[in-house]
Design a protein around this ligand. Structure first.
Ligand SMILES: Nc1ncnc2c1ncn2[C@@H]1O[C@H](COP(=O)(O)OP(=O)(O)OP(=O)(O)O)[C@@H](O)[C@H]1O
Length: 267
């Protein structure tokens, strides 16, 4: 469902360093990155701050084009077929909302129905289902700006799923949620994956999300894939550590191994 082959992305930063002097610096946000995610998998995408996770997600969703390599998501090249891809993919950025700030939730959803050209009957059925599962019913008439973070996040997840995408990409969907909301969100995502077979790629700094949700984990550091495997494989990298946070902290401290020494399978 997601196929990333030898992908790189650089950014060129130009900075004035004097009256007539400018400095040019190239940042390799993602380097020679290859991975695949099969249909129906729930995969965690981890990495320290600045590792290249958001850059990867932006490339998977067509917001950014890769500088090199090849990407296919749900059978499409995201940068070239962004509009077509939008019908097959749902995206949630936990730190930002895609909803209209001044509109009641229900109106935001209606706009999304128009944008994605979702059939009215299918839309109503899906909205009823999602509203019930995410207990959003009492907030449908509330303007988005009046919603709490947890309520807004449930609204964003609903918006991303109204067109029943095959792939859901989540960038920190549980950030800032209390323990009860987090558990409810995780329960919902697990059910979505198990019952509808939706493929999920999840970026998070919350190791609870990883332990409770993911079949497999990929870890990126300095733009390179540094680990790929199941939760047990992840634990095995530091058997002396008892918590998954400490295991991951060790991997982060180690940094991305040089090519050829990777623990990533099949790399
Ligand atoms: N538009 C941009 N212009 C220049 N540099 C950028 C740009 N976007 C990202 N970068 C750089 O690319 C690198 C990877 O950033 P990215 O946002 O992908 O990291 P991240 O893993 O998502 O981090 P975090 O966990 O902090 O969100 C960083 O060094 C960042 O400064």
């Amino acid at each position: 469902m997601i196929d990333v082959q030898e992908v790189g992305r650089t950014f060129t930063i130009r900075r004035r360093t004097g009256l007539l002097r400018r400095e040019r610096r190239v940042v390799h946000a993602v380097q020679n990155l290859s991975f695949t995610v099969r249909a129906g998998e729930f995969v965690g995408y981890l990495g320290p701050n600045g590792a290249g996770k958001s850059t990867t997600i932006k490339m998977l969703t067509g917001i950014l084009a890769p500088s090199s390599g090849r990407i296919q998501v749900a059978g499409l090249d995201p940068a070239r077929r962004r509009t077509a891809l939008a019908r097959r993919i749902g995206v949630v950025f936990g730190q930002r909302t895609t909803l209209w700030w001044d509109l009641p939730l229900r109106d935001s959803f209606e706009l999304i129905r128009h944008l994605y050209k979702v059939d009215r009957v299918a839309f109503r059925r899906r909205l009823d289902e999602l509203t019930e599962l995410l207990t959003l019913g009492e907030f449908l008439r509330t303007p988005v700006r009046q919603l709490s973070l947890g309520q807004r996040m449930r609204g964003d997840i609903t918006a991303a799923l109204l067109h029943d995408p095959r792939v859901l990409v989540l960038d920190e969907p549980t950030i800032g949620l209390d323990v009860v909301s987090k558990a409810a969100m995780r329960g919902f995502l697990r059910k979505l994956n198990a019952e509808r077979g939706t493929t999920v790629l999840l970026t998070t700094h919350d190791m609870g999300d990883i332990e409770k949700l993911c079949d497999r984990v990929m870890l990126i550091d300095n733009g390179r894939l540094a680990f790929e495997g199941g939760i047990d494989d992840l634990r095995a990298t530091a058997p002396e550590e008892t918590s998954i946070e400490d295991v991951v902290a060790r991997l982060y401290a180690r940094g991305a191994p040089a090519a050829g020494q990777r623990q990533a399978r099949g790399q």
